[in-house]
Design a protein around this ligand. Structure first.
Ligand code: ADP
Length: 226
């Protein structure tokens, strides 16, 4: 996977380092030359530039980039400007870091796909989440085994847990499922309703917006998500 990480502060630099270690191609960007120098050995590529400058930003290989992370924090103005700029350039997946809940609302209004609140989630956790496509949340039991929340792969839409043969093919156990449905409200609007089922039943039918909670070996989870 190819990433661009903007802002090599604590969060951005650890995320960029982890993703590089995991074999991804990462471009780390900062306006501060000393940051760029400090991380040039640890991140695949580093560039000293201002991410709010439209002319320079359009020179980046955005079409080849899978995920852009705006990790500028303290300077909220620069964060919002850079976020809006990358959003308007229609990058594939845009993640931005918010410093507080009001900042988060501004980012939501810009239409950012995902928002990071580093006080709540570490760079390490995000690195893992990003590397395993489809993972919504994960809980590592040991180096080998995890419980993960994953988006239902679309090919299983309308199938039962039994039909998916997840136990037979991947040696994974579905613990429960979480459904996300649009429901009509009394005032004629729709809203999302999230419902966690009890223990999964092999005959439960799953739909494309559902989330599965599965347990198994990390390598089997990765195989399932491929
Ligand atoms: P953290 O809290 O994760 O350490 P900071 O807000 O301290 O985050 O760091 C953000 C980084 O973003 C800093 O290294 C800063 O130099 C960089 N930065 C700020 N504005 C820009 C910009 N316009 N373009 C690129 N990098 C920027």
């Amino acid at each position: 996977m190819k990433y661009i990480i903007i802002g090599l502060g604590n969060f951005g630099s650890s995320l960029a380092e982890k993703l590089t270690e995991q074999g991804n191609e990462v471009i780390g960007i900062d306006t501060d030359m000393s940051k760029v120098d400090a991380f040039k050995e640890k991140i695949s590529h580093t560039i000293c530039m201002d991410a709010t400058d439209e002319f320079t930003v359009t020179g980046l290989p955005l079409k080849d980039t899978d995920i852009v992370v705006i990790a500028i924090g303290e300077n909220q103005g620069a964060n919002v400007m850079a976020t809006a700029l990358f959003k308007s350039l229609k990058v594939k997946r845009l993640i931005s870091k918010a410093t507080n809940h009001i900042h988060k609302r501004v980012l939501q209004a810009i239409g950012v796909d995902e928002i990071v609140l580093p006080e709540e989630e570490s760079a390490e956790r995000w690195a893992k989440k990003l590397c395993l496509k489809g993972i919504v949340n994960s809980f590592e039991l040991s180096n080998e085994y995890s419980i993960v929340q994953v988006n239902m792969p679309e090919k299983y839409n309308g199938k039962s847990i039994l039909d998916m043969q997840i136990k037979e093919k991947y040696n994974l156990l579905v613990l429960t499922t979480i459904s996300n449905r649009q429901v009509n409200t009394a005032i004629g609007k729709t809203r999302n309703e999230t419902k966690v089922k009890g223990l999964a039943d092999p005959h439960d039918i799953l739909y494309k917006d559902d989330v599965l909670v599965i347990y198994g070996a990390n390598k089997d989870i990765q195989r399932f998500l491929k």
